[in-house]
Write a protein that binds this ligand. Structure first.
Ligand SMILES: O=C(O)CCC(=O)C(=O)O
Ligand SMILES: [Fe+2]
Length: 581
């Protein structure tokens, strides 16, 4: 749940003034900083931190969902297969589907990884970083996760192979032609009405027993709540048999059948890494901004999302893969319609690594139970998510910012090792390289970062944030060239354009993407302004002209969003004056 990759933090590496057309001055009235505000999205924590909790909890609080591709586990580094080709021409991008179910790299990608390894190797020697400690720590963390899950009393799958009859009937909801989301069939709810009633009243009891609102999710709205399943069980023991039955007789057999043919090993055993009741409450939301979750990946292997009621409007889960290139420019139901289970007691199940969002509940209250299923033996399964969440303080032994950055690079590199199709691992690695580059300019760092971003964009064709960062990095790259060629300029334009359209589609689907959308528009416009394309810049900026009213005070950082919009409006006014002149 929660968290996701929404946050944008201004990064300090874009201090250049415009050099286009000999105009080295910012436009009248526009502070030079605002022109340098090309942001790199960073995927660090969105949620408040707290000490002394197990990782499954701190994960949610820290916004670990922001990150790590925790997809199906695959063997470590294997080589050679085709990755999709990304062609950017004009403003359209033609992409072939990524072969997600193979952890395989082309010779070219292996070469890229070898260069990255060499880079990290040199940097860790320079900064005296002990890379083996990092690996050990990740393994230890995994052991702690499993022990913490054992302590909850929530049952693990066990070794016994269940009869086929115990698996609920289900069908796949095609997502871009691939079988990635399953839903239970109409005749086969996984919870009865009676069970739902018991679970909901246990949660209500748990909540009403809390003297203070303990919710720690930053995206929470007034009236929204969440509760860990394990805490609710501790509060109300009589729901234990319902949970046991749900997991042992329904959820585990379903996840097995749909996503995980059984391997012959204990290590393969499924367990609940974390599970939460979530209440989206649109009736108490004073901002009327509705209530949902921004795009994110989940921790673990497969997520099961159980519907507990249906007397609300809006809501549902929306998957980034529902976007198609054909859908831009038109409101296409397939792209904008979130998926809902067929009724209360029914569920969706999807790979945790499939980026998704909770679409806004527009009226009433929507209750769901989300269950994050992991595999016992996947030592590094959570590496990337936790690193994303904890990147800045994961390595207390690092005594400098640079050595921290080297640690982060290594973490992301480990995540790629584990799942070479983890687009966010490539993306995060690129951002870390860029940050390192901004502190310590070193040959080839920018090139490596761009190559990682390109690679990530082949794996995740519909990631608006990624495309904006790719365009930004390519922009940095092109400034270093004496004469950037047309093709590069076209690529930057196409990536920005696509980022804007994708973020627009995400909003159309009822999901929160405001900061991403506005930043993509602003960054694109700044780039166009630098090219003295005032009309183009004005066209893009006019898309975000009337959005001040959409900012609510309970957003994570309303002031920085307001500042971005102010900058955008100043630039828009300047561009319009240029057009009129
Ligand atoms: O609201 C939804 O359906 C999405 C929930 C979700 O993605 C989560 O809790 O991780
Ligand atoms: Fe989720």
């Amino acid at each position: 749940m929660e968290g996701s990759r929404t946050t944008c933090r201004r990064r300090g590496y874009a201090d250049e003034e415009s050099e286009v057309g000999g105009n080295r001055k910012p436009p009248v009235g526009l502070a030079s900083e605002s022109l340098t505000g090309r942001e790199l999205y960073c995927r660090d924590s969105l949620l408040l931190d707290e000490q002394g909790v197990g990782r499954a909890e701190s994960y949610r609080r820290n916004g670990g969902a922001a990150s790590g591709g925790l997809g199906p586990q695959r063997p470590r580094l294997t080589f050679l297969a085709e990755l999709p080709s990304l062609e950017l021409r004009g403003t359209s991008i033609a992409v072939q589907a990524a072969p997600r179910d193979a952890n395989i790299l082309s010779a070219e990608d292996s070469l890229l990884l070898a260069k990255i390894d060499q880079f990290i190797d040199t940097a860790s020697t320079q900064h005296d970083v002990d890379t083996s400690l990092i690996r050990q720590r990740a393994e230890l963390d995994h052991e702690k996760d499993v022990s913490a899950a054992l302590c909850t009393g929530i049952p693990f799958e066990g070794g016994e192979v269940k009869p086929a009859s115990s698996c609920p009937e289900y069908e796949f909801v095609a997502s871009n032609g691939r079988n990635l989301v399953a839903q239970t069939s109409a005749s086969c709810p996984i919870l009865s009405h009676d069970e739902i009633d018991k679970l909901r009243s246990a949660v209500e009891g748990y909540w009403s027993n809390q003297t203070v609102d303990q919710s720690r999710f930053r995206y929470k709205r007034k009236g929204n709540r969440e509760a860990y399943l394990k805490d609710v069980i501790r509060f109300s023991r009589d729901i234990s048999p319902i949970v046991d039955r749900l997991l042992l007789e329904r959820v585990y057999p379903w996840v097995r059948s749909a996503f995980a043919p059984r391997e012959d090993s204990d290590e393969d055993e499924l367990y609940v890494f974390s599970s939460l009741f979530i209440r989206y409450n649109a009736t108490e939301d004073p901002s009327k901004r509705k209530t949902g979750q921004p795009l994110h990946k989940d921790p673990g292997f497969v997520s099961v999302n159980v519907m507990l009621n249906d007397d609300f409007e809006g809501g549902g889960t929306w998957f980034e893969d529902q976007i198609t290139f054909e859908s831009f420019g038109q409101v296409e139901p397939k792209a904008t319609c979130p998926i809902k289970p067929v009724g209360p007691g029914h569920a969706l199940a999807h790979y945790g690594s499939l980026r998704h969002a909770g679409s806004a509940t527009t009226s009433g209250v929507r209750d769901i139970l989300v269950i994050f299923i992991s595999k016992r033996g996947q030592v590094l399964y959570e590496v990337d998510s936790v690193i994303n969440a904890d990147a800045d303080h994961y390595c207390p032994s690092c005594d400098s910012d640079e050595s921290q950055l080297v640690c982060r690079m290594l973490y992301h590199r480990m995540a790629i090792d584990q799942d070479s199709n983890d687009d966010e691992a490539w993306h995060c690695l690129a951002l870390t390289l860029l940050e390192y580059e901004s502190r310590r300019s070193q040959r080839n760092t920018l090139e490596l970062a761009v190559a990682c971003l390109e690679h990530a964009s082949q794996l995740a064709q519909y990631d608006g944030k990624l495309l904006s960062n790719l365009a930004y990095a390519l922009g940095l790259f092109s400034r270093r060239l004496e004469r950037p060629d047309e093709e590069l300029v076209d690529r930057i334009r196409a990536a920005y354009q696509l980022s804007v359209e994708i973020n627009f589609s995400v909003e159309e689907a009822g999901c929160y993407a405001a900061v991403d959308y506005e930043s993509a528009c602003l960054n694109f416009a700044i780039w166009l302004y630098e090219k003295r394309d005032f009309r183009g810049a004005a066209r893009i900026l006019s898309r975000i002209e009337h959005r001040f009213d959409m900012i609510a005070e309970d957003e994570p950082d309303p002031e920085s969003r307001r500042q971005d919009l102010r900058d955008a409006m100043e630039l828009l006014a300047y561009c319009r004056r240029q057009i009129d002149a």
